[in-house]
Design a protein around this ligand. Structure first.
Ligand SMILES: *Cc1c(COP(=O)(O)O)cnc(C)c1O
Length: 393
């Protein structure tokens, strides 16, 4: 049965150039990481969070296959019932070691982790304050908490301080931020947030989805990048991006993790990750540690590509990471730009409202460790040509 409201919404989205659809992708026929096959054609992939190529790393694939042989595929129940296997426990120990925290807890996805953690992080009379560009899952988590919820303009520490100064001193308060902002590719000013939190008796919750395996000398994330104490923040991150798998985690004190096991509904009332997914994540941590060249190559590629875009004269906002937006402005032009790229064999999507604010539609590109120099040169040349032909340069 069709509900007329749905058809109306779809028509409006189409009229506004905001209609979304699914694109089918297949692996590159020659198995090259950093490429995909779309509509029968191999294209350069500039739209993956698989920054290090771990999603197709042989050791990760082997670990998953071996765990399927040992444990079967599905976990069969939630963690608190009968779904808690040795790979789950080993993964949580591993994450805690990696993040240098007392303990860690695995969730099914980053979205669910944020929803579950933020829903129970502070008592009902508490206050959550988030950066305006926080990921949708953080915003939804803050709203779902039912607590007071305030938003400050992206990176506006003065506005944040005004919000903190207004609250009762004893109101339980958490500042919520992405570590690496997923659409702009800039890094949160974590030391300043921690300092403000200290001054006003608040805590900081940082979402390291795009920071884990990407920033910090060993890829440990925002806390390592800034040389902060892991005890100074509450952290979450995901296993589906640089770690090339699926799932997410919270990392913090033993008390905090015990609290989440008892109170985070998105942990309690959901099926445990398949053990093979946990085993694959363990292997990904091994590779990250034992093959440091992956992280070095990622940053070598990032620097080369970002400097190339800048020297073309393109606006890449304040990107400091392998997420590099090419600012276009209106959503239709962004769509056309993305279509031209695909025609030329490059896959990079247009990101439009409501994912980003109106008037800031962009091509969101992400660099991978596994891109070749030839790939990046071709991308730079093609982006330049399209930008000139569309009057953006
Ligand atoms: C991708 C992302 C998430 C969601 O993680 P999933 O595991 O994909 O659900 C959460 N927060 C941020 C900042 C992200 O970029």
């Amino acid at each position: 049965m069709d509900f007329p409201f749905h058809q109306d919404v779809i028509q409006q989205l189409k009229a506004d150039g905001l209609f979304r659809f699914l694109r089918r992708v297949e692996p590159d026929p020659l198995g090259r990481s950093g490429r995909l096959m779309i509509e029968g054609r191999s294209v350069i992939l500039l739209a993956s969070n698989n920054y290090l190529g771990l999603a197709d790393h042989p050791r990760v694939k082997e670990a998953a296959a071996a765990a399927i042989q040992r444990y079967g595929f599905g976990s069969g129940a939630s963690r608190l019932i009968s779904g808690n296997t040795p790979p789950h426990a080993a993964l949580e120990e591993r994450i805690a070691r990696f993040k240098r925290t007392e303990a860690a807890l695995v969730f099914s996805t980053g979205y669910m982790a944020n929803l579950g953690i933020l829903s129970c992080l502070v008592p009902p009379e508490g206050l959550l304050i988030a950066d305006r560009l926080c990921h949708a899952s953080l915003m939804d988590g803050c709203r779902a908490s039912g607590c007071r919820f305030r938003v400050y303009q992206h990176g506006d520490l003065d506005q944040l301080e005004r919000l903190l100064a207004k609250k009762p001193a004893d109101q339980p308060t958490v500042i919520v931020t992405d570590g690496v902002f997923s659409m702009d590719g800039d890094i949160a000013p974590l030391p300043a947030l921690v300092e403000l939190a200290r001054r006003y008796g608040a805590a900081v919750f940082v979402d390291d989805a795009h920071a884990t395996g990407v920033i910090g000398k060993d890829g440990r994330g925002t806390v390592e990048h800034f040389g902060l104490s892991p005890q100074s923040v509450i952290q979450m991150g995901t296993l589906g991006k640089a770690l090339g798998g699926f799932g997410a985690y919270a990392a913090g004190s033993r008390v905090f993790i015990d609290y989440l096991i008892n109170k985070a509904k998105t942990f309690i009332y959901t099926t445990a990750l398949p053990p093979a997914v946990a085993a694959a994540a363990l292997a990904a941590f091994d590779v990250l540690e034992e093959e440091p060249d992956l992280l070095k190559n990622l940053w070598r590629n990032r620097t080369y590509y970002a400097e190339g875009l800048k020297s073309l004269g393109l606006d890449t906002l304040n990107s400091e990471t392998p997420i590099i937006p090419i600012m276009i402005g209106d959503s239709r032009s962004a769509m056309i730009f993305s279509d031209h790229l695909l025609e030329a064999g490059i896959f990079a999507p247009a990101i439009r409202p409501p994912t980003v604010p109106r008037g800031t539609s962009r091509i969101r590109t992400t660099v991978m460790a596994t891109h070749t120099r030839d790939d990046l040169d071709y991308v730079l040349e093609t982006v330049g040509k399209i930008a000139r032909s569309m009057g953006i340069l």
